[in-house]
Design a protein around this ligand. Structure first.
Ligand code: BES
Ligand code: ZN
Length: 857
């Protein structure tokens, strides 16, 4: 039976009783019985005066031996660790030696030391190190690690620099003190794709990407991304790499995307391996971003880490912000920004509007794994973007330099972070800090006034209540605004309006005519802009706005208005919108990637969120039908021009993953998908047959399936790619994602019955069960089958891999939005989950929080 779950509070923070000055680890690897010998050089922590017992974390360990300064001791043991009484400890520095036994082959949770296809690997963040050995498993305990690995496997890796090896053993020394969550070990039959790098100050660094034999030729793009990341961090942030080697390992069984262990990043193989035949353009972009993200953690996360897990956004929000900056520099910044905002709304706004809403820095948690959320990551990044907007580029640079100077080697807090901005710029950030403590997405209303040549914008902000936070104070909101003349010229280029009050007006004088406002340019704050603009104004901005984000946003807002009217009032697709989109689609002066984004309709879940925010109950079936009808109308409006687009944008001879080529492919596929609704998929079938890249192959297949075709192509795809798990994940996810609402759950079960549905592999599980959860009309089907099938699989996975089960369970977070019948069905599944015997703490916390949304009126 599980213990009652303990809630941890930020306010209870205390430094650890002891310092760990050094730690030596020896691993004798064996699948069923690995021995871990640990020598901890401990000393009383002056920050905790007095004598204290020593309490070390440890879970699922079999203690074989324990000694203090060479004398055997028998510590008190419980489920969470060991304790040695203060009387049994010297008051001076001492050596604690332990030996434990663990079974990596039995570890299905993929946390701690586990095995994946014959290879040993570790995942320690956040609290996995305690499953490897007894240790103070908390980020503010930083120590120097030396590691010896004993195994017959050919490649033995750990953090830091290699210091010796021989037949059956290798030793590693990491000169940089680090918390245990950054520890890593890998052992396997691996091959390297290698390169060399010289830092700005001349340190040579050996770079290796380690993969299974046969995958070496799919590492070039990841390596190129790594080298560009290293150079970029030197040029933009002045930060150099600090070891002689940098290793990346690709592993097939991994709960997350990737992990920034010091000098030894471990990646989900899907975010490393790429070739034109197997990876889509989106895959390439993601690989580039994740390689950069994990590399950037070396400074923002590793050199400066978090004092405790409440400070998670200190490293994750900042590192996401840095990887966004990097991707913007490598690709079209405008297109990247639009994609970031689409993702922010789909994931973070959704979270912020439901029962799982929490502040960027939470104040309590039960299971920290459940707080690696869109809010901590993506809103955490947006908060930093706002800071930069408020203090300017120079202020931001001074603050960051001060941050690195002042806190290198520290385990820091959000207070430390904000203080460097205050000290570097002289600003008072006490009101800004509300962005870290208040949950919920602010709503921003705008009123306009035009009188005697004076134009006034009046903004009102309000944040809806969130769990535990009924009232909110007004926040600092940087609102970037530009003004356009009725003829389309920009009369006031972008300026930042700094809103600090609940209601605030800004005046513009000396204008010859009433302007058209372009508000929240670049999405300068993570808020919902509530502005009922007439369709003509939106179409005008879509045609004329000089800010590419707001240009796109105008088209998006128009599309949402049109879809909402179709859903709620049975309105026909608006000709004004169709004309406006047609103008953009065929405008050869615009970036093809941008045109492709404008052709993409708002997602069904996004529409449900929007309709709910309007105070109406979204009907998933109607939203699905409206979206299809709108796409159909667009296909007709664009007419033969679509065929021309497909021809003009035909794949060139030489494949390149460049943003420029990817943009052309994206526009071509958008056209192909629309066309498939009119020509029965003729052109899409041709494109599939002649595809020279995975982007084209899977894109054409998607177009076919969406048009109700493609059975033969689906089979051909499986025949061709059956041996490649990463590619087959796409095959699974595509079908479930595009299945008709009434068929999605059944298809999921059919696919789940296949021999190659390896549900213990997180990627495969997400490709099937996660894809059903993401098929809005299928998951929320009134039969309740979608809810049931997802819940069945969560219950099956939970005993083996609670972390992944808990993450996928967020599918249910939107249940309070819907009608009474759906709410009852979803609640019943959440209650069934809670009633399951032996439920993990991870999934229990999620189900309880989602149900606590209560019985909405
Ligand atoms: N530190 C995380 C990985 C992690 C997350 C470990 C949760 C343990 C629990 C890593 O830096 C990360 O953030 N990875 C992201 C990808 C990134 C590009 C946002 C991930 O794995 O999804
Ligand atoms: Zn990260």
């Amino acid at each position: 039976m599980l213990d009652a779950q303990k809630t941890i509070h930020l306010a209870d923070y205390q430094p650890f009783t002891h310092l760990v000055e050094r730690v030596d680890l020896t691993f004798r690897l064996a699948p069923g019985a690995t021995r871990v010998l640990a020598r901890l050089h401990l000393a009383p922590n002056p920050a905790r005066p007095g004598r204290h017992p020593l309490r070390l974390d440890g879970e699922g360990l079999r203690l074989v031996a324990c000694a203090v300064d060479g004398q055997a001791v028998a510590p008190a043991l419980d489920d969470g660790g060991l304790a040695i009484a203060a009387e049994d400890l010297p008051e001076a520095p001492f050596l604690l030696e332990t030996e434990v036994e663990i079974a990596p082959e039995a570890n299905t949770a993929l946390e701690g030391l586990y095995m994946s296809k014959g290879m040993y690997c570790t995942q320690c963040e956040a609290e996995g190190f305690r499953k490897i050995t007894y240790y103070p498993d908390r980020p503010d305990v930083m120590s120097r690690f030396k590691v010896r690995i004993e195994s017959d496997l050919p490649v033995l890796l750990s953090n830091g620099n290699p210091v010796g090896s021989g037949p059956g053993w290798a030793e590693w020394d990491d000169p940089w003190p680090k918390p245990a969550y950054l520890f890593a070990l890998v052992a396997g039959d691996l091959r390297a794709h290698s390169a060399k790098f010289a830092t700005a100050s001349g340190r040579p660094v050996d770079l290796h990407i380690w993969v299974r034999p046969g995958d070496e030729d799919r590492c070039a793009y990841a390596m190129d991304s790594l080298i560009r990341s290293m150079r970029w961090d030197e040029e933009v942030y002045g930060r150099e790499y600090d070891l002689d080697v940098f290793n990346i390992v690709a592993v097939d069984d991994f709960n997350m995307g990737a992990m920034e262990n010091k000098g030894l990043n471990i990646f989900n193989s899907r975010y490393v391996l790429a070739s034109p035949e197997t990876a889509t353009d989106d895959d390439y972009a993601r690989i580039e971003a994740i390689i950069a993200h994990e590399y950037f953690h070396n400074w923002t996360g590793n050199r400066i880490t978090c004092r405790d897990w409440f400070q998670l956004c200190l490293k994750e929000g900042l590192t996401v912000f840095r990887d966004h900056q990097f991707s913007g520099d490598m690709r079209s910044a405008a297109v990247r920004r639009i994609e970031e905002v689409v993702a922010l709304r789909a994931r973070q706004f959704r979270e912020d509007a439901g029962p799982l809403a929490h502040p960027v820095r939470p104040e309590s948690f039960v299971e920290i794994n459940n707080f690696y959320t869109a809010t901590v990551y993506e809103k955490g990044s947006e908060v930093i973007a706002m800071l930069k907007t408020l203090v300017g580029d120079q202020g931001y640079k001074r603050a960051l330099d001060l941050y690195f100077d002042r806190h290198d080697g520290d385990a820091a807090t959000i207070e430390d972070w904000l203080k460097v901005f205050e000290d570097a710029t002289g600003r008072d950030l006490s009101q800004f800090k509300l962005w870290y403590s208040q949950a919920g997405t602010p709503r921003l209303q705008v009123a306009e006034d035009w009188q005697d040549g004076v134009y006034t914008l009046t903004f009102t902000q309000a944040t809806p209540p969130t769990p535990g936070q009924p009232e909110k104070a007004p926040r600092v909101i940087p609102i970037n605004v530009g003004l356009l003349n009725p003829n389309g010229d920009e009369v006031v280029p972008t300026i930042m309006l700094e809103m600090t009050q609940e209601r605030q007006s800004f005046r513009f004088e000396g204008l010859a005519a009433r302007p058209v406002p372009s508000i929240l340019r670049g999405f300068s704050a993570p808020v919902v802009l509530e502005r009922d603009a007439p369709p003509e104004e939106r179409a005008f901005l879509l045609a004329h706005d000089t800010d590419p984000f707001n240009k796109w946003e105008a088209g998006r807002a128009l599309a949402k208005d049109v879809m909402a009217a179709m859903v709620l009032q049975d309105a026909p697709p608006s000709p004004a919108w169709l004309d406006a989109v047609a103008a953009v689609a065929f405008d050869e002066g615009l970036d093809p990637a941008f045109r492709a984004l404008c052709l993409r309709l708002p997602a069904e879940d996004d529409m449900a969120q929007t309709i709910h925010a309007m105070g109406r109950i979204p009907d998933p079936a109607r939203i699905h039908a409206a979206r299809r009808a709108l796409a159909g109308a667009l296909a007709i409006r664009l007419g033969e021009g679509l065929v021309q687009l497909c021809r003009d944008l035909d794949e060139g001879a030489e494949f390149s993953p460049s943003a420029e080529q990817a943009g052309r492919r994206a526009l071509r596929l958008a056209a192909l998908a629309l066309l498939a609704r009119r020509d029965g998929g003729k052109l899409a079938a041709e494109a599939f047959a002649g595809a020279r890249s995975m982007t084209e192959e899977i894109g054409a297949l998607a177009a076919l399936l969406d048009a109700g075709q493609g059975a033969a192509e689906l089979q051909a795809f499986a025949d061709r790619w059956g041996g490649d798990a990463n590619v087959m994940d796409k095959w699974f996810a595509l079908q479930v994602g595009l299945a008709a609402p009434g068929e999605a759950a059944d298809l999921t079960e059919r696919l789940a019955a296949r021999a190659d549905f390896d549900w213990k592999n997180p990627n495969r599980f997400r490709s099937v069960v996660g894809a059903l959860a993401a098929n809005h009309a299928g998951f929320h089907h009134l039969s309740g089958r979608g809810y049931r099938v997802v819940a069945d699989w969560l219950l099956r996975l939970d005993p083996l891999n609670p972390q992944t089960a808990a993450r996928v369970s967020t599918a249910f977070e939107t249940w309070p939005r819907y009608d009474a019948a759906r709410r009852r069905l979803a609640q019943a599944e959440l209650e069934r989950i809670l009633a399951a015997p032996g439920l993990s703490g991870d999934l229990r916390e999620m189900a309880e929080r989602m149900l606590a949304a209560g019985q909405p009126a």
